[in-house]
Design a protein around this ligand. Structure first.
Ligand SMILES: [Zn+2]
Length: 272
């Protein structure tokens, strides 16, 4: 499922492709993907120009020229493909621009959405989600991270990294990679982390997310970028999806457990 590197890749590519383009028409083929009646969505969106595209946590915010914004969450299997290859399944929303190009929103498992809201309401909606800080923001410092951890002494580190109200944008893939990078077991209780380990976690969060973004994310599932192409980070994943394989650090076996309901891989020898 798309996490920060994947959603940010899509945002950057979309911005380059569709900023300032005028939407000639939009066709919603599945009403449950949106939050307003199909006719209203189609009527309001048609004729507007794409003004800007932001991201907060894993949500894309597409600002239109008419005072409305479309909030897109790709959840598990969402895909936004611009004039590229076909996506998985059938497109549920098709935006046609005045130059004839199209942006198609696919989501074969239907967990995601496209919500049409007034732009002036966006801040309020996002505030309600209580998202934690963005890892690659300059304001996310070791001090900030330490203070956040101090509020969650009893939490296990890996599920905590995935908690969007703790920090934003990290999910099941990169939380495992960050723990491996920092040589910390995913089950470690926050209160037992040393200063050095916290420093490593903070460094690894920034390092892993930056590297994954540079590779346009990980296509472990149905994730593809705006051109319909897979991200290229998968061969660089050290523990995620590598159950039973030799650890890249010590050649021991990568172990997988269920942690807070999610499959979690790690190396018992390399991680403490
Ligand atoms: Zn190892």
């Amino acid at each position: 499922m798309p996490e920060f590197p994947e959603v940010e890749t899509i945002r950057r590519q979309l911005l380059a492709k569709i900023k300032n383009k005028k939407i000639k028409s939009v066709e919603v083929k599945l009403a449950r993907m949106i939050n307003v009646p199909v006719a209203s969505f189609e009527k309001i969106v048609a004729g507007a120009t794409i003004k800007d595209i932001h991201r907060r946590a894993k949500i894309l915010i597409i600002d239109l020229s008419n005072g409305f914004s479309i909030l897109v969450h790709l959840k598990m299997t969402g895909q936004l493909i611009y004039d590229g290859k076909e996506g998985t399944g059938k497109p549920h929303i098709i935006y046609t621009f005045s130059d004839g190009s199209q942006l198609k929103h696919y989501d074969f498992r239907l967990f995601g959405y496209a919500k049409l809201v007034e732009t002036r309401e966006v801040e309020k909606i996002l505030t309600k989600e209580k998202f934690g800080p963005e890892i690659l923001d300059r304001s996310f410092t070791l001090e900030v991270f330490k203070n956040l951890l101090a509020q969650k002494p009893k939490a296990k580190i890996k599920p905590l990294l995935m908690d969007q109200t703790f920090i934003a944008g990290v999910g099941n893939i990169y939380s495992q990679e960050v723990c491996f990078c920092a040589k910390i077991l995913p089950t470690r209780i926050v209160a037992t982390l040393t200063e050095e380990e916290i420093k490593n976690l903070c460094r690894c969060l920034k390092k892993i997310l930056t590297a994954a973004l540079e590779h346009k994310g990980s296509s472990v599932d149905s994730y593809v970028d705006v051109g319909g192409e897979k991200g290229t980070y998968v061969p660089r994943l050290k523990v995620y999806g590598r159950e039973g394989e030799p650890c890249v650090g010590c050649r021991g076996k990568v172990k997988t457990i269920k942690l807070a309901g999610r499959g979690t891989s790690f190396c018992e020898a390399c991680q403490k």
